[in-house]
Design a protein around this ligand. Structure first.
Ligand code: HEC
Length: 96
């Protein structure tokens, strides 16, 4: 019984390690504004959200999304930074 418990614990630890490794591997495309996005958009949720939504996003939708993060969810992002972030997102993760 003890051995089984040990194995389960080990398996859970390994699984958690894999999830962490995947989190860290996610890298945004390089370009102007990337550092701002990484600094402002990763504090509440994973940057996966950006990639996952990119097929549906154009500039207008990204603009609305960033505004929503600020107004609805309280993201502390300065207006000048928000503009740069929207530029980066629509250039790199936008649908045509
Ligand atoms: C203050 C916390 C906070 C910050 C900072 C933040 N977000 Fe969010 N974001 C949320 C919450 C809360 C949700 C919705 C709940 C969830 O699914 O986690 C969300 C959801 C999203 C979604 C999924 C679509 C949606 O509307 O639910 C996208 C895309 C997204 N955020 C992009 C961004 C980008 C880009 C930035 C940087 C400009 C950012 N977020 C910064 C809190 C934040």
């Amino acid at each position: 019984m003890k051995a089984l418990l040990l194995m389960l614990t080990l398996a859970a630890t390994l699984a958690a390690g894999i999830v962490l490794a995947q989190e860290r591997r996610l890298e945004l495309k390089d370009g102007p504004g990337r550092a701002k996005v990484e600094a402002n958009c990763a504090s509440c949720h994973s940057l996966d959200y950006i990639q996952a939504n990119s097929p549906f996003m154009n500039r207008q939708v990204w603009d609305a999304e960033v505004t929503k993060m600020i107004k609805a969810f309280g993201a502390p992002i300065a207006e000048a930074d928000a503009k740069e972030i929207v530029d980066y997102l629509s250039n790199n993760y936008g649908a045509p």
